[in-house]
Design a protein around this ligand. Sequence first.
Ligand SMILES: [Zn+2]
Length: 377
Amino acid sequence: MRRTAYIYTDEYARFEYGETHPLKPYRLKLTHALIESYGLLALPACRVVETVPATRAELETFHTPEYLDVLEAADLGLYRPDYAAYGLGPGDNPIFPGMYRWSQLCAGGTLQAARLVASGEVDVAFHSAGGLHHGMPDRASGFCYINDPVLAIGELVRQGYRVAYIDIDVHHGDGVQAAFYDTDRVLTISLHESGRYLFPGTGFPQEIGEGKGRGYAVNLPFPPGMDDALYLEGFLAIVPPLVAAYQPDIVFTQLGVDAFHDDPLAHGNLTTAGFLRVLEVLKALARRWVATGGGGYNLANVARAWTLAWGVMNDVEVPDPLPEAVRPLLARQGYHGQTLRDRPLEQPVSPRQRQEVAEAIAYLKRHVFPLHGLPST
Ligand SMILES: [Zn+2]
């Protein structure tokens, strides 16, 4: 039986990016409520760990002191003429009260998850508030002020571990890729909707790393509208062989659920069935597993998908009927179904969409696979 840790604090839900901002910290509380209502925090091999905020010194292992000063000033509501230079202001990365504390918590929880797995205290640790993969050393980007995956993976690398980072968020994991672009100590694999259609506009197959890191950055873009079958085809062609060849000590996954069919920010057509298949494969690859959340802007989807993910991490088949107590909470978010899992989606992909993915797979097999001793066809 796998020993698992779930890192959480109710404090997350007290933060607000703004009334009209799509990222709602409340989704973490909703997820927590659903997981708890299924009794999945009382499993014998599971422990619940209260999030501890990251320290300034921990944040400085990736972010510049200058940028952290700016974040602190913004949190306090101080006037500065240069916020925009750090990605802050109206729009994606608003200035809101508590934003520094929020960032400390998001970073701290993922560091805890990584350390719990590294020390061998648990085999799997899940921090739903983490996965803020767009944060850059000196600026905020894409709703992310602090890049918790980079901080946590950096900690694992300093402890001597080889890490495979797998990012299934619908957006390219650009911040994490950039941080480890020139090293072979971290294999980054991002599957996402193509940068031709979606923020941040990067993540093409041709981005494969540089110097010692050549072949250790991997990108599989999908056209808008990819469904479970097409997504799985790409995922299975690329992820298992590369991770098996790389032989990581620890697998780190960013489990964004914004590739789902009714997410408001992107154009994917995934359902819980495809997500579960992906999770099962990840579990098989990850004997030691650090997992975070990520994007997800349909709050009911977030809660349902991450509850299923937590079930997989604990080897539990979560019953499909939703517990009565949480149905009103999900209904308030527009979900009126009675089940945890989605119904199958009838939205076939076109030959052209298929072709686009086949070409990306072929490119990776030709240019990246040989660097890992894998066949190029
Ligand atoms: Zn995203």
